[in-house]
Design a protein around this ligand. Structure first.
Ligand SMILES: [Zn+2]
Length: 336
């Protein structure tokens, strides 16, 4: 179903998806306590997302976890991901050539990153498998990869296009055998969940003893990025490395010595029992409170960063246009 893409349609795609992305995630929500430490105490650090939609973001004064509060209810989250999310976010029920190209590039990157812990026959589960590119790419290399994807359109596309095993379900209802995987990977997924801690506990159940959990989320502590772009209506949680590690420790993991990762990419290792002393970074709240206080939009625009960023973005778009055409041509040929 891949069609050859010309540069003009790619530019139009980009513009259309920018406009449709701006539709908000409407939820009534509920007041929530911190998902990591349970404290109800917080500071408000944001009132709007990057598109200007109302979104109240708070910082837990105990552990430094940043989250949307009120949080959407379970029903609101499920409805959003089952039907609307991919459409809003990527303007498609099926992945488009540019998205497929980016996803395959990401899949190669993830394979390279995890290679030190992969063997032939390793059983790996990709949570939020989307269009299936990661699962497909790993299977092509002899890895026993599976997916879980709540969006029906994307999950069915991935099953048909690549013939890969995908559970069409959210993580809560997925019928997955306990202790059946060597690795669980979740790339830019748990920040969308309503209860990421409970998700990590579930991932741990799916892992064999000593199994690995690879998690990557956006880093909220990123002084090189635009302050106004920090928050996104679909992201309910915002981690720094410390809060992500504490959540992993509390859920029954330790940071892998072999692949510790950096920033908010962490490879965890399943431990026999969750660590009672998971609260390892008591200074995390102060660090983030200072960051939100000091790092303002005004400071950002007085620096050189916004201007060099624009040039990088134009360069990247040009490169992708060329490569997406090339990839689409290749895929077409493969199908014939
Ligand atoms: Zn907390």
């Amino acid at each position: 179903m891949v069609t050859l893409t010309n540069p003009v349609s790619l530019l139009i795609d980009d513009a259309v998806s920018t406009v449709t992305r701006m539709k908000p995630y409407r939820f009534a929500g509920q007041e929530a306590a911190c998902n990591l430490c349970g404290s109800p105490s917080h500071d408000q650090v944001g009132s709007r997302d990057r598109y200007g939609w109302k979104l109240r973001i708070v910082l837990c004064t105990r552990c430094g976890l940043v989250y949307a509060n009120p949080l959407p209810t379970e029903v609101e989250v499920d409805a959003f991901y089952a039907r609307h999310y991919r459409k809003l976010y990527h303007n498609a029920y099926e992945p488009k050539p540019k998205a497929i190209f980016r996803a395959f590039k990401g899949a190669k990157g993830r394979y390279g990153y995890l290679e030190p812990i992969l063997d032939r026959g390793t059983r790996i589960l990709d949570v939020g498998s989307g269009g299936g590119e990661v699962v497909h790419h790993f299977r092509e290399r002899g890895i026993d990869a599976h997916g879980v994807e709540p969006n029906q359109g994307f999950a069915e596309y991935s099953i048909e296009a690549y013939g890969i095993p995908v559970h069409v379900s959210g993580w809560q209802n997925a019928q997955i055998e306990p202790e059946s995987f060597d690795i669980v990977t979740a790339n830019h997924v748990v920040e969308h969940f309503r209860t990421p801690f409970q998700a990590l506990v579930r991932f741990r159940d799916w892992l064999k003893p000593d199994g690995y959990l690879h998690i990557s989320v956006p880093d909220v502590y990123s002084p090189q990025r635009t302050p106004y772009g920090r928050f996104h209506f679909a992201h309910l949680y915002y981690f720094d490395r410390e809060s992500l590690i504490m959540m992993g420790l509390k859920a029954g993991f330790e940071v892998s010595e072999r692949l510790p990762g950096r920033s908010t990419t962490v490879v965890f290792r399943k431990t026999t029992t969750p660590a009672a002393d998971w609260f390892r970074y008591p200074e995390n709240y102060d660090k983030l409170a200072g960051y939100f206080r000091d790092y303002t939009n005004l400071k950002y625009f007085l620096s050189r960063k916004p201007y060099s960023r624009w040039f990088r973005r134009m360069g990247r778009l040009g490169g992708e246009m060329f490569q997406a055409n090339f990839a689409a041509g290749n895929l077409d040929r493969e199908k014939k």
